[in-house]
Write a protein that binds this ligand. Structure first.
Ligand code: DCM
Ligand code: DCM
Ligand code: DCM
Ligand code: ZN
Ligand code: ZN
Length: 246
């Protein structure tokens, strides 16, 4: 996702933190003089894309996504060499976040990565099985311009709502929102399930004749919204678990 999607996911999670997790999150964010998860949710993209910092953070590039090799069934190490993919990055940083023997600085950095990567893994094209770099190589026409399918899903689709992240989060989580079914993760690492779900969704989101028209937006925006809601709810769940009984 772009900044809008990441902030929406973070804001939804913030609203569902347990009292213990909320207090610990506030304590860590205070180190950065911020108060809300939405403020830090895009930090891993900012450091990755900052030319002055790229050497330092080079090894984090592959952690934003997973490229399934052939099918949507997670098969390590086929799909995740040396643990360098989003499915393994999430439990890695959650463990640091939950380890109170680590420094607050290390735990804050881990929090930023967890918030961001739980968002990214729910962007269907961040867990793709087609050999097209997560849709980056699939060119499309959108709003009269050439772009690629990955960018449409990162930001173009969500931007058609013309809402800021707070209003977007209110819309998804406010009065009248259809309840989400409870999440059940039948895996040791829940991120496996989330990535496999994303991969399945990508089977149905390649537009006919490379055109993103209104019918495509009407059909796919609700899919994107549901992924944002699931990401927000699940992010709160893993944070509540990692940060319980301080
Ligand atoms: N929670 C809370 N206060 C609220 C709403 C939720 O402490 N007003 C906590 C309870 C759960 C967690 O957040 O531990 C997840 O809540 P939910 O099931 O609403 O996502
Ligand atoms: N930050 C942000 N947007 C910016 C600048 C900073 O979201 N334009 C966030 C990223 C960091 C935090 O604020 O998590 C402070 O960053 P730092 O102390 O590294 O400058
Ligand atoms: N990306 C992806 N899958 C890939 C390669 C890249 O999901 N196989 C994502 C990471 C970034 C975006 O696409 O969000 C653009 O990546 P890059 O800047 O590395 O081209
Ligand atoms: Zn992306
Ligand atoms: Zn990212």
């Amino acid at each position: 996702w772009g900044p809008l999607g990441h902030s929406v996911v973070a804001e939804l999670a913030q609203r569902h933190l347990s009292p213990a997790a909320k207090a610990e999150v506030a304590h860590l964010l205070a180190l950065d003089h911020t108060t809300s998860l939405a403020d830090i949710a895009s930090w891993p993209d900012e450091i990755r894309d900052d030319p002055k910092q790229q050497d330092l953070w080079k090894q984090t590039r592959a952690l934003h996504y997973i490229d399934f090799q052939g099918d949507c069934h997670y098969t390590p190490p086929r799909d995740c060499k040396n643990g360098q993919c989003v499915v393994e990055a999430i439990p890695h940083y959650l463990a640091i976040l939950g380890d109170r023997s680590q420094s607050d600085e290390a735990r804050l950095q881990a929090l930023k990565f967890v918030v961001h990567f739980v968002g990214d893994i729910h962007q269907p094209l961040h867990a793709n099985y087609q050999e097209d770099a997560g849709g980056n190589k699939y060119q499309v026409q959108f709003q009269g311009q050439g772009t690629n399918l990955h960018r449409v899903w990162d930001s173009g689709l969500l931007s058609t709502r013309k809402m800021d992240w707070k209003s977007y989060a209110d819309m998804l989580d406010g009065e009248g929102a259809v309840p989400l079914p409870p999440s059940i993760a039948p895996y040791d690492n829940a991120a496996v399930l989330w990535a496999e779900e994303s991969c399945q969704i990508t089977r149905n989101i390649y537009p006919a004749n490379h055109k993103i028209d209104q019918a495509y937006i009407d059909a796919e925006l609700p899919v994107a919204d549901t992924r944002l809601r699931e990401a927000g709810r699940r992010l709160a769940e893993v944070l509540n678990l990692a940060l319980q009984n301080g």
